[in-house]
Design a protein around this ligand. Structure first.
Ligand code: HAM
Length: 419
Protein backbone atom coordinates (compact mmCIF):
# COMPACT_ATOMS: atom_id res chain seq x y z
CA UNK A 1 0.00 0.00 0.00
CA UNK A 2 1.32 3.41 -0.82
CA UNK A 3 0.80 6.29 1.57
CA UNK A 4 -0.22 9.57 -0.11
CA UNK A 5 1.32 11.48 2.82
CA UNK A 6 4.81 10.02 2.28
CA UNK A 7 7.24 10.68 -0.57
CA UNK A 8 7.98 7.33 -2.31
CA UNK A 9 10.77 5.22 -0.80
CA UNK A 10 14.22 6.35 -1.93
CA UNK A 11 13.00 9.84 -2.85
CA UNK A 12 13.12 13.05 -0.83
CA UNK A 13 11.85 16.61 -0.80
CA UNK A 14 14.41 19.35 -1.24
CA UNK A 15 13.21 21.63 1.54
CA UNK A 16 13.84 25.38 1.51
CA UNK A 17 16.66 25.10 4.07
CA UNK A 18 18.53 22.68 1.77
CA UNK A 19 18.05 24.70 -1.40
CA UNK A 20 20.86 27.25 -0.82
CA UNK A 21 23.58 24.58 -0.54
CA UNK A 22 22.39 22.95 -3.72
CA UNK A 23 22.45 26.34 -5.38
CA UNK A 24 26.08 26.67 -4.29
CA UNK A 25 26.87 23.35 -6.01
CA UNK A 26 25.17 24.62 -9.15
CA UNK A 27 26.97 27.98 -9.07
CA UNK A 28 30.44 26.48 -8.57
CA UNK A 29 29.83 23.85 -11.27
CA UNK A 30 28.64 26.49 -13.67
CA UNK A 31 31.52 28.87 -13.01
CA UNK A 32 34.18 26.16 -13.39
CA UNK A 33 32.69 24.49 -16.47
CA UNK A 34 31.53 27.60 -18.33
CA UNK A 35 34.92 29.10 -17.63
CA UNK A 36 36.34 26.21 -19.65
CA UNK A 37 33.87 26.67 -22.52
CA UNK A 38 31.20 24.15 -21.53
CA UNK A 39 27.61 25.15 -22.30
CA UNK A 40 24.49 24.05 -20.43
CA UNK A 41 22.16 21.45 -21.92
CA UNK A 42 18.87 20.01 -20.66
CA UNK A 43 17.34 16.84 -22.12
CA UNK A 44 13.90 15.33 -21.41
CA UNK A 45 13.29 13.40 -18.19
CA UNK A 46 12.24 10.35 -20.21
CA UNK A 47 13.63 8.83 -23.39
CA UNK A 48 12.98 5.81 -25.61
CA UNK A 49 13.86 2.73 -23.55
CA UNK A 50 16.07 1.44 -26.34
CA UNK A 51 18.43 4.41 -25.94
CA UNK A 52 19.50 3.02 -22.56
CA UNK A 53 19.37 -0.72 -23.32
CA UNK A 54 21.70 -0.18 -26.28
CA UNK A 55 24.17 2.21 -24.62
CA UNK A 56 24.25 1.49 -20.89
CA UNK A 57 24.09 -2.18 -21.87
CA UNK A 58 21.68 -5.13 -21.54
CA UNK A 59 23.97 -6.89 -19.06
CA UNK A 60 24.22 -4.05 -16.53
CA UNK A 61 22.33 -3.83 -13.22
CA UNK A 62 20.92 -0.51 -14.40
CA UNK A 63 19.17 -2.03 -17.42
CA UNK A 64 18.37 -5.40 -15.86
CA UNK A 65 16.95 -4.22 -12.56
CA UNK A 66 16.89 -0.50 -12.05
CA UNK A 67 15.03 1.28 -14.83
CA UNK A 68 11.65 2.93 -14.36
CA UNK A 69 10.12 1.84 -17.66
CA UNK A 70 6.53 2.43 -18.73
CA UNK A 71 4.37 2.30 -21.83
CA UNK A 72 2.70 5.54 -22.85
CA UNK A 73 -0.71 6.09 -24.46
CA UNK A 74 0.84 5.53 -27.88
CA UNK A 75 2.23 2.09 -26.90
CA UNK A 76 5.82 3.38 -26.84
CA UNK A 77 8.23 2.03 -24.25
CA UNK A 78 9.76 4.96 -22.38
CA UNK A 79 12.20 5.10 -19.46
CA UNK A 80 12.94 7.75 -16.83
CA UNK A 81 16.60 8.53 -17.48
CA UNK A 82 18.89 6.48 -15.20
CA UNK A 83 21.81 8.63 -16.44
CA UNK A 84 22.36 11.52 -18.83
CA UNK A 85 25.29 10.61 -21.10
CA UNK A 86 23.25 8.55 -23.58
CA UNK A 87 20.55 11.28 -23.85
CA UNK A 88 23.24 13.89 -24.53
CA UNK A 89 24.90 11.82 -27.23
CA UNK A 90 21.42 11.27 -28.68
CA UNK A 91 20.88 15.04 -28.66
CA UNK A 92 24.31 15.66 -30.26
CA UNK A 93 23.43 13.27 -33.09
CA UNK A 94 19.83 14.44 -33.48
CA UNK A 95 20.85 18.10 -33.78
CA UNK A 96 23.84 17.58 -36.07
CA UNK A 97 26.27 19.01 -33.54
CA UNK A 98 29.14 17.39 -35.44
CA UNK A 99 28.94 20.48 -37.69
CA UNK A 100 30.03 22.68 -34.77
CA UNK A 101 33.69 23.12 -33.81
CA UNK A 102 34.75 19.94 -32.00
CA UNK A 103 34.70 18.86 -29.29
CA UNK A 104 31.24 20.08 -28.33
CA UNK A 105 31.40 20.66 -24.57
CA UNK A 106 28.14 20.38 -22.65
CA UNK A 107 27.25 20.40 -18.95
CA UNK A 108 24.09 19.55 -17.07
CA UNK A 109 22.35 19.40 -13.74
CA UNK A 110 19.64 16.77 -14.04
CA UNK A 111 17.58 14.35 -11.99
CA UNK A 112 18.15 10.62 -12.55
CA UNK A 113 16.06 7.61 -11.60
CA UNK A 114 17.26 4.16 -10.57
CA UNK A 115 15.30 1.51 -8.71
CA UNK A 116 18.08 0.71 -6.24
CA UNK A 117 18.10 -0.42 -2.62
CA UNK A 118 17.67 2.91 -0.90
CA UNK A 119 20.16 3.88 1.82
CA UNK A 120 22.28 6.86 2.85
CA UNK A 121 23.79 8.29 -0.33
CA UNK A 122 21.77 5.99 -2.56
CA UNK A 123 18.37 7.12 -3.72
CA UNK A 124 15.81 6.25 -6.37
CA UNK A 125 15.63 9.82 -7.61
CA UNK A 126 18.88 11.76 -7.30
CA UNK A 127 20.60 14.68 -8.99
CA UNK A 128 23.76 14.67 -11.05
CA UNK A 129 26.00 17.42 -12.25
CA UNK A 130 27.86 16.30 -15.33
CA UNK A 131 30.03 17.28 -18.25
CA UNK A 132 30.40 15.69 -21.69
CA UNK A 133 32.96 16.61 -24.38
CA UNK A 134 31.95 15.01 -27.67
CA UNK A 135 33.88 14.85 -30.93
CA UNK A 136 37.55 14.41 -30.01
CA UNK A 137 39.62 11.44 -28.85
CA UNK A 138 42.56 13.61 -27.73
CA UNK A 139 43.76 12.50 -24.26
CA UNK A 140 43.88 16.22 -23.38
CA UNK A 141 40.07 16.08 -23.35
CA UNK A 142 40.21 13.32 -20.72
CA UNK A 143 42.78 15.14 -18.58
CA UNK A 144 41.01 18.50 -18.77
CA UNK A 145 37.64 16.99 -17.93
CA UNK A 146 39.01 15.10 -14.90
CA UNK A 147 40.83 18.23 -13.73
CA UNK A 148 37.61 20.26 -13.97
CA UNK A 149 35.75 17.79 -11.75
CA UNK A 150 38.67 17.84 -9.30
CA UNK A 151 38.44 21.65 -9.20
CA UNK A 152 34.67 21.60 -8.58
CA UNK A 153 34.98 19.05 -5.75
CA UNK A 154 37.85 21.00 -4.23
CA UNK A 155 35.98 24.32 -4.35
CA UNK A 156 32.98 22.65 -2.72
CA UNK A 157 35.14 21.34 0.12
CA UNK A 158 34.59 17.63 -0.52
CA UNK A 159 36.69 15.80 2.07
CA UNK A 160 38.94 12.75 1.82
CA UNK A 161 39.04 12.52 -1.96
CA UNK A 162 40.82 9.80 -3.85
CA UNK A 163 41.09 9.61 -7.65
CA UNK A 164 41.45 6.25 -9.36
CA UNK A 165 42.09 5.97 -13.10
CA UNK A 166 42.25 3.01 -15.42
CA UNK A 167 41.95 2.12 -19.07
CA UNK A 168 39.63 -0.43 -20.62
CA UNK A 169 41.31 -0.21 -24.03
CA UNK A 170 39.53 -0.44 -27.34
CA UNK A 171 36.92 -3.02 -28.25
CA UNK A 172 39.31 -5.51 -29.93
CA UNK A 173 41.65 -5.71 -26.93
CA UNK A 174 38.70 -5.86 -24.56
CA UNK A 175 37.16 -8.74 -26.53
CA UNK A 176 40.41 -10.73 -26.38
CA UNK A 177 40.72 -9.99 -22.68
CA UNK A 178 37.12 -11.01 -21.96
CA UNK A 179 37.90 -14.46 -23.32
CA UNK A 180 40.99 -14.72 -21.07
CA UNK A 181 38.97 -13.62 -18.06
CA UNK A 182 36.14 -16.02 -18.83
CA UNK A 183 38.64 -18.87 -18.94
CA UNK A 184 39.97 -17.82 -15.53
CA UNK A 185 36.46 -17.55 -14.07
CA UNK A 186 35.39 -20.93 -15.46
CA UNK A 187 38.51 -22.58 -14.05
CA UNK A 188 37.48 -21.28 -10.60
CA UNK A 189 33.73 -21.44 -11.02
CA UNK A 190 33.08 -23.42 -7.80
CA UNK A 191 34.49 -20.53 -5.73
CA UNK A 192 32.40 -17.77 -7.32
CA UNK A 193 29.27 -16.11 -5.93
CA UNK A 194 26.07 -17.16 -7.71
CA UNK A 195 25.42 -13.78 -9.37
CA UNK A 196 29.00 -13.65 -10.69
CA UNK A 197 28.71 -17.20 -12.01
CA UNK A 198 25.47 -16.33 -13.78
CA UNK A 199 27.19 -13.46 -15.58
CA UNK A 200 30.41 -15.13 -16.72
CA UNK A 201 29.34 -14.96 -20.35
CA UNK A 202 27.30 -11.78 -20.23
CA UNK A 203 29.57 -9.49 -18.20
CA UNK A 204 32.71 -11.15 -16.80
CA UNK A 205 34.35 -7.80 -15.91
CA UNK A 206 31.75 -7.10 -13.26
CA UNK A 207 33.29 -9.94 -11.23
CA UNK A 208 35.89 -7.36 -10.11
CA UNK A 209 33.06 -5.45 -8.41
CA UNK A 210 31.89 -8.37 -6.28
CA UNK A 211 31.87 -7.96 -2.50
CA UNK A 212 31.89 -11.74 -1.99
CA UNK A 213 35.11 -12.82 -0.26
CA UNK A 214 35.74 -16.05 -2.10
CA UNK A 215 35.05 -14.30 -5.44
CA UNK A 216 37.52 -11.60 -4.46
CA UNK A 217 40.18 -14.24 -3.82
CA UNK A 218 39.61 -15.59 -7.34
CA UNK A 219 39.82 -12.08 -8.78
CA UNK A 220 43.12 -11.38 -7.00
CA UNK A 221 44.83 -13.79 -9.37
CA UNK A 222 42.80 -12.87 -12.46
CA UNK A 223 44.55 -11.53 -15.58
CA UNK A 224 44.38 -7.71 -15.81
CA UNK A 225 43.06 -5.80 -18.79
CA UNK A 226 45.81 -3.17 -18.46
CA UNK A 227 48.37 -5.90 -19.29
CA UNK A 228 46.54 -6.75 -22.51
CA UNK A 229 45.94 -3.37 -24.14
CA UNK A 230 46.88 -2.45 -27.72
CA UNK A 231 49.81 -0.11 -28.27
CA UNK A 232 47.56 2.86 -29.20
CA UNK A 233 45.47 2.41 -26.09
CA UNK A 234 48.59 2.21 -23.93
CA UNK A 235 49.91 5.39 -25.59
CA UNK A 236 46.59 7.15 -24.98
CA UNK A 237 46.68 6.14 -21.31
CA UNK A 238 50.34 7.21 -20.97
CA UNK A 239 49.54 10.63 -22.43
CA UNK A 240 46.64 11.07 -20.02
CA UNK A 241 48.92 10.26 -17.09
CA UNK A 242 51.55 12.67 -18.33
CA UNK A 243 48.98 15.47 -18.39
CA UNK A 244 47.63 14.63 -14.92
CA UNK A 245 51.21 14.55 -13.61
CA UNK A 246 51.87 17.95 -15.20
CA UNK A 247 49.19 19.54 -12.99
CA UNK A 248 50.17 17.54 -9.89
CA UNK A 249 46.76 15.95 -9.59
CA UNK A 250 47.27 12.89 -7.38
CA UNK A 251 45.74 9.62 -8.58
CA UNK A 252 46.23 5.90 -8.30
CA UNK A 253 46.10 3.54 -11.25
CA UNK A 254 43.41 0.96 -10.63
CA UNK A 255 43.61 -1.88 -13.16
CA UNK A 256 40.36 -3.37 -11.81
CA UNK A 257 38.26 -0.22 -12.01
CA UNK A 258 35.02 -1.34 -13.62
CA UNK A 259 32.12 1.02 -13.92
CA UNK A 260 28.47 0.07 -13.89
CA UNK A 261 27.85 1.12 -17.49
CA UNK A 262 28.96 -0.76 -20.58
CA UNK A 263 29.67 2.10 -22.98
CA UNK A 264 33.19 2.87 -21.77
CA UNK A 265 36.35 2.38 -23.83
CA UNK A 266 39.88 3.47 -22.92
CA UNK A 267 39.93 5.89 -19.93
CA UNK A 268 37.74 5.27 -16.90
CA UNK A 269 38.01 7.13 -13.59
CA UNK A 270 36.31 7.63 -10.28
CA UNK A 271 36.56 10.04 -7.35
CA UNK A 272 35.66 8.47 -4.03
CA UNK A 273 35.53 10.06 -0.60
CA UNK A 274 36.34 8.39 2.69
CA UNK A 275 33.89 10.82 4.29
CA UNK A 276 31.13 8.68 2.78
CA UNK A 277 30.17 5.23 3.98
CA UNK A 278 29.41 2.32 1.70
CA UNK A 279 28.38 4.56 -1.20
CA UNK A 280 31.81 6.16 -1.52
CA UNK A 281 31.66 7.09 -5.21
CA UNK A 282 31.30 10.85 -5.51
CA UNK A 283 31.69 11.10 -9.25
CA UNK A 284 33.15 9.27 -12.17
CA UNK A 285 33.10 8.69 -15.86
CA UNK A 286 35.34 8.02 -18.78
CA UNK A 287 35.64 7.72 -22.53
CA UNK A 288 32.78 6.31 -24.60
CA UNK A 289 34.06 6.29 -28.17
CA UNK A 290 31.64 3.53 -29.27
CA UNK A 291 28.43 4.91 -27.76
CA UNK A 292 27.26 6.90 -30.80
CA UNK A 293 27.54 3.82 -33.03
CA UNK A 294 25.67 1.70 -30.49
CA UNK A 295 22.66 3.95 -31.03
CA UNK A 296 23.03 3.99 -34.84
CA UNK A 297 25.09 7.19 -35.15
CA UNK A 298 28.40 7.60 -36.99
CA UNK A 299 31.64 6.88 -35.07
CA UNK A 300 31.97 9.77 -32.59
CA UNK A 301 34.44 9.84 -29.70
CA UNK A 302 33.35 11.28 -26.37
CA UNK A 303 34.44 11.73 -22.78
CA UNK A 304 32.58 12.81 -19.66
CA UNK A 305 31.64 12.36 -16.04
CA UNK A 306 28.81 12.78 -13.61
CA UNK A 307 28.81 13.42 -9.87
CA UNK A 308 25.92 12.99 -7.44
CA UNK A 309 24.84 16.22 -5.76
CA UNK A 310 23.59 14.43 -2.62
CA UNK A 311 26.91 12.61 -2.20
CA UNK A 312 28.86 15.84 -2.76
CA UNK A 313 26.84 17.50 0.01
CA UNK A 314 27.30 14.50 2.34
CA UNK A 315 31.08 14.67 1.87
CA UNK A 316 31.49 18.47 1.78
CA UNK A 317 32.59 20.59 4.71
CA UNK A 318 32.66 24.32 5.26
CA UNK A 319 30.21 25.33 2.56
CA UNK A 320 29.24 28.95 3.26
CA UNK A 321 25.97 29.58 5.05
CA UNK A 322 23.64 31.51 2.75
CA UNK A 323 23.27 35.26 3.31
CA UNK A 324 19.73 36.36 4.27
CA UNK A 325 17.99 37.73 1.21
CA UNK A 326 15.50 40.09 2.80
CA UNK A 327 16.77 43.67 3.17
CA UNK A 328 13.57 45.50 4.03
CA UNK A 329 10.58 44.37 6.09
CA UNK A 330 7.42 46.46 5.80
CA UNK A 331 5.49 46.38 9.07
CA UNK A 332 1.84 47.42 9.27
CA UNK A 333 1.42 49.83 12.20
CA UNK A 334 -2.40 49.88 12.60
CA UNK A 335 -5.60 48.21 11.41
CA UNK A 336 -6.70 50.97 9.04
CA UNK A 337 -7.22 49.64 5.47
CA UNK A 338 -5.51 52.81 4.18
CA UNK A 339 -2.40 51.89 6.20
CA UNK A 340 -2.41 48.38 4.74
CA UNK A 341 -2.70 49.85 1.23
CA UNK A 342 0.16 52.29 1.91
CA UNK A 343 2.33 49.45 3.24
CA UNK A 344 1.51 47.30 0.24
CA UNK A 345 2.39 50.17 -2.12
CA UNK A 346 5.66 50.75 -0.23
CA UNK A 347 6.70 47.09 -0.55
CA UNK A 348 5.91 47.10 -4.27
CA UNK A 349 7.83 50.35 -4.85
CA UNK A 350 10.78 48.91 -2.91
CA UNK A 351 10.86 45.78 -5.07
CA UNK A 352 10.66 47.89 -8.22
CA UNK A 353 13.69 49.80 -6.90
CA UNK A 354 15.53 46.47 -6.58
CA UNK A 355 15.35 46.15 -2.77
CA UNK A 356 14.62 42.57 -1.59
CA UNK A 357 11.50 43.17 0.50
CA UNK A 358 8.95 41.25 2.54
CA UNK A 359 5.73 42.59 4.02
CA UNK A 360 3.66 41.46 6.99
CA UNK A 361 1.15 38.87 5.73
CA UNK A 362 -0.24 37.24 8.87
CA UNK A 363 -1.70 40.01 11.06
CA UNK A 364 0.99 39.82 13.79
CA UNK A 365 1.24 42.39 16.57
CA UNK A 366 3.91 45.07 16.08
CA UNK A 367 6.17 43.22 18.51
CA UNK A 368 5.58 39.99 16.57
CA UNK A 369 6.39 41.78 13.31
CA UNK A 370 9.73 43.04 14.65
CA UNK A 371 10.58 39.55 15.85
CA UNK A 372 9.69 38.14 12.44
CA UNK A 373 11.82 40.78 10.66
CA UNK A 374 14.73 39.78 12.89
CA UNK A 375 14.22 36.10 12.00
CA UNK A 376 14.34 37.05 8.31
CA UNK A 377 17.61 38.90 8.84
CA UNK A 378 16.14 42.16 7.48
CA UNK A 379 18.41 45.16 7.87
CA UNK A 380 15.55 47.73 7.76
CA UNK A 381 12.02 47.70 9.14
CA UNK A 382 9.64 50.34 7.72
CA UNK A 383 6.59 50.64 9.96
CA UNK A 384 3.72 52.21 8.06
CA UNK A 385 0.90 53.96 9.96
CA UNK A 386 -1.51 56.88 9.58
CA UNK A 387 1.32 59.16 10.75
CA UNK A 388 3.69 58.18 7.93
CA UNK A 389 6.66 55.80 7.83
CA UNK A 390 9.06 55.06 10.68
CA UNK A 391 12.29 53.53 9.31
CA UNK A 392 14.54 51.57 11.64
CA UNK A 393 18.05 50.70 10.46
CA UNK A 394 19.24 47.72 12.50
CA UNK A 395 22.83 48.15 11.43
CA UNK A 396 23.22 51.71 12.77
CA UNK A 397 20.40 51.47 15.33
CA UNK A 398 18.91 54.77 13.98
CA UNK A 399 15.17 55.37 13.72
CA UNK A 400 13.89 58.10 11.36
CA UNK A 401 10.33 59.32 10.70
CA UNK A 402 9.24 60.15 7.13
CA UNK A 403 6.04 61.77 5.87
CA UNK A 404 5.96 59.95 2.59
CA UNK A 405 7.15 56.58 1.40
CA UNK A 406 9.42 57.84 -1.41
CA UNK A 407 11.60 59.59 1.14
CA UNK A 408 11.73 56.39 3.26
CA UNK A 409 12.75 54.33 0.24
CA UNK A 410 15.43 56.85 -0.71
CA UNK A 411 16.83 56.45 2.82
CA UNK A 412 16.92 52.65 2.44
CA UNK A 413 18.74 52.99 -0.86
CA UNK A 414 21.20 55.46 0.66
CA UNK A 415 21.72 53.12 3.62
CA UNK A 416 22.62 50.34 1.23
CA UNK A 417 25.05 52.66 -0.51
CA UNK A 418 22.93 52.64 -3.69
CA UNK A 419 22.01 56.34 -3.88
P1 HAM B 1 27.57 6.70 -12.47
O1 HAM B 1 28.86 6.31 -11.83
O2 HAM B 1 26.53 5.66 -12.62
O3 HAM B 1 27.95 7.34 -13.86
O4 HAM B 1 26.94 7.91 -11.65
C1 HAM B 1 27.68 9.07 -11.39
C2 HAM B 1 27.47 9.53 -9.97
O5 HAM B 1 26.08 9.66 -9.68
C3 HAM B 1 27.98 8.56 -8.90
O6 HAM B 1 29.36 8.73 -8.69
C4 HAM B 1 27.17 8.99 -7.69
O7 HAM B 1 27.75 10.13 -7.07
C5 HAM B 1 25.86 9.41 -8.30
N1 HAM B 1 24.85 8.35 -8.15
C6 HAM B 1 24.70 7.24 -8.92
N2 HAM B 1 23.67 6.50 -8.48
C7 HAM B 1 23.16 7.13 -7.40
C8 HAM B 1 22.06 6.90 -6.51
N3 HAM B 1 21.26 5.83 -6.64
N4 HAM B 1 21.83 7.79 -5.51
C9 HAM B 1 22.61 8.88 -5.37
N5 HAM B 1 23.64 9.18 -6.19
C10 HAM B 1 23.91 8.33 -7.19
C11 HAM B 1 27.07 7.85 -14.76
O8 HAM B 1 25.90 8.07 -14.50
C12 HAM B 1 27.68 8.21 -16.08
N6 HAM B 1 26.64 8.80 -16.95
C13 HAM B 1 28.85 9.17 -15.89
C14 HAM B 1 29.45 9.58 -17.19
C15 HAM B 1 29.26 10.74 -17.84
N7 HAM B 1 30.27 8.87 -17.93
C16 HAM B 1 30.59 9.53 -19.02
N8 HAM B 1 29.95 10.67 -18.98
Amino acid sequence: MSDPLQAPRGTFDILPEQAPLRLTVEKVTRAVLEGAGYERIETPTFEATELFTRSVGEATDIVQKEMYTFTDGGERSLTLRPEVTAPIVRSYLQHGMHKLPQPVKLWYLSSCFRYERAQKGRYRQFWQIGAEAIGSDDPAVDAESIALLAEILEQLGVQGLQLRVGSLGGSAARERYRELLKTHLRANEDQLAEDVKARIDLNPLRAFDSADESTRAVMATAPLLLDHLDKEDLDHFAQLRLLLDAIDLPYVIDPTLVRGLDYYARTVFEFSSDALGAQSGVGGGGRYDGLAEQIDGPPTPGFGWAAGIERILLAAEGLPEPEPLTVLFVAIGDDDPATRAAGFALSTDARRAGIPTQIELAGRSIKGQYKHADRLGARFVATVSGAGVELKDFESGDSTAFDDRDAALAAVLRGKGVA
